[in-house]
Design a protein around this ligand. Sequence first.
Ligand code: GEK
Length: 247
Amino acid sequence: MHRSDNIFSKPIAHVGDFRFDQQVVEVFPDMIQRSVPGYTTILEVIGQLTAHYHQADSKLYDLGCSLGAATLAMRRNVNLDGCEIIGVDNSQPMIERCRSHLDAFRSDTPVTLQCKNIQDVSIQNASVVVLNFTLQFIAPKERDQLIKSIYQGMLPGGILIVSEKVHFEDSDIQTLISELHLDFKRANGYSELEISQKRTAIENVLLTDTSDQHIERFKTAGFAHAQTWFQCFNFLSLIAIKGSSND
Ligand code: GEK
């Protein structure tokens, strides 16, 4: 049974930058479920897209894997020979707990976990790459290079799945949609104090792009196709597909 997230429920004298430490690991499944609208649907569809796009003798990457929710969704849907899943996260407590989550289920598909910066991973022979709410934690000026190097390590016909919190150019829309998201958090039991202390902790750490910036970045990197497939409020999931030789 996972513990419920009450990290920001009491007044904190100085709210520091948010970190994926042991305290967060303990409550992470509850935190992400109550904060990210559509999280369960996105995981299910990551599984579905894996079933469609994984290729025999290829690698599948879950970059910023946390406790392995997307890794598990991928692993359940791999049915071709010679596949390996690589999960990467730079939080040691996340990686340790991720290993025990993965070991709780039996599978013939090997999973390698690496505790490192996803910017230091050399992507190779990849049919499926997932960044499920991770790109938003990379310094904005370094995002183009990361997506480019992922593209270069992907096989023709491979798919990149990127889920992100976004912002909107239109300030009225931004205000309205942020409010809808806050209502979602209130409905999930977060108090005004929790919401505002979490916002202070995360505002220098989670930096959003617009959906157009994401699509533009995929196109510039070389992806033949790019599309948002899911949106709920300010949370999106996008896909980008590397052209096959006939495209
Ligand atoms: C899920 N994908 O449940 N290198 C490696 N890991 C990083 C880096 C980095 N530079 N920056 C952040 N992380 C998961 C959820 S959570 C999303 C992903 C959220 C890691 C960080 O340690 C954390 O585990 C993860 O990215 C982001 O499907 O909490 O909003």
